[in-house]
Design a protein around this ligand. Structure first.
Ligand code: MN
Ligand code: MN
Length: 317
């Protein structure tokens, strides 16, 4: 490898590590703030503040998904939801440093139902199993099969239409999927790739559906942006500029836009930008079985010749 290429990889790894270290510094704070009856709005804002305090930026709005809600739920500004006792709470955090992203999630449960405690354990074990199998040259499809087997043997289901993903600079969902069930297309892991390995374990159907509740958006890829954009509404132009400057192609929330422009303008601008096809939307995802529960675990890992280095946890996989 040329010196230049080597330096580029060193810089990349050092920035991924920096982002992951910020996550690891925040993780102990979670046990203090994710507590029964705490407002999820306060939790999300505290985590996002702690990321910025440490020199990172949120790679996406903090997701706090409760019970049969799996993903893409971030509190709105007027949110009153509090942490319940009888449901599993998933906290999914993204940190980026100059576009290099750490994506990691933890689950919490405060009730007395042993099945739910076990679901969290199983999600973590499934991620650990994947980490133990991962190294350069391995087919990710095989790891997906092992994840599914482990979760099935524990008596639960994997949510089969949610999976891990390669991380790329400024892109949360890169060009490779990290499967969680058997039968995925052959995908070979390569040295120095970074993946978010995540598993959702459910006592429901094992599938999520989209809802019409949208709280998270991102700009479409920069190559797809038209050269001339007919933005006649002033606030839509302002919000569009804010997105390009503050977020590039990374996701952002209605809450963040509302804080800068006010809720009315934020809604108007995001609706018109969506209508023009300039934004991707991330609807809240729910288990198809209402009232089911879901545990999630996620780590960010670096693929090496001999294995996988877990960046978001202080152990070697
Ligand atoms: Mn995540
Ligand atoms: Mn992820």
């Amino acid at each position: 490898m040329s010196t230049e290429a080597k330096e580029k990889i060193d810089e990349m790894i050092s920035k991924y590590t920096k982002a992951a270290n910020i996550f690891m510094e925040i993780e102990p704070i979670l046990t203090q703030i994710v507590v029964k009856r705490a407002k999820i709005l306060d939790i999300a804002e505290k985590i996002e503040d702690e990321i910025i305090k440490r020199g990172g930026k949120p790679a996406f709005p903090v997701n706090i998904a409760i019970g049969d809600t799996a993903a893409h739920y971030t509190p709105n500004l007027e949110e009153k939801t509090v942490i319940p006792e009888d449901k599993i709470v998933k906290v999914d955090i993204g940190v980026h440093v100059d576009g290099y992203i750490c994506d990691a999630a933890r689950s919490f449960y405060f009730g007395g139902d042993d099945e739910k405690k076990r679901m969290i354990e199983v999600a973590k074990n499934a991620v650990d199993k994947a980490i133990s199998m991962l190294k350069a040259g391995v087919d990710l499809a095989e790891i997906g099969g092992a994840i599914e087997d482990l979760v099935k043997e524990a008596g639960f289901k994997v949510i089969r239409n949610l999976h891990g993903h390669k991380l790329e600079k400024w892109v949360v969902h890169g060009d490779k999927e990290f499967p969680v069930v058997a039968g995925a297309e052959r995908t070979i892991a390569e040295e120095n790739e970074v993946y978010a390995i995540e598993v959702f374990v459910t006592n429901g159907d094992g599938e999520v559906r989209t809802t019409d509740d949208i709280r998270i958006y991102s700009l479409i890829s920069l190559e797809k942006l038209p050269r001339r954009i007919p933005l006649h509404v002033k606030v839509a132009r302002q919000v569009f500029r804010w997105i390009q400057k503050e977020r590039r192609t990374l996701p952002f929330s209605l809450r963040w836009v509302a804080k800068v422009f006010g809720i009315g303008s934020a809604k108007l601008a995001l609706a018109s930008l969506t209508r023009l096809g300039l934004l991707l939307v991330y609807p809240v995802l729910k288990e198809t079985k209402e009232g089911s529960d879901i545990a999630q675990w996620e780590e960010t890992v670096l693929v090496t010749k001999n294995g996988a280095k877990v960046l978001s946890r202080k152990i070697e996989g």
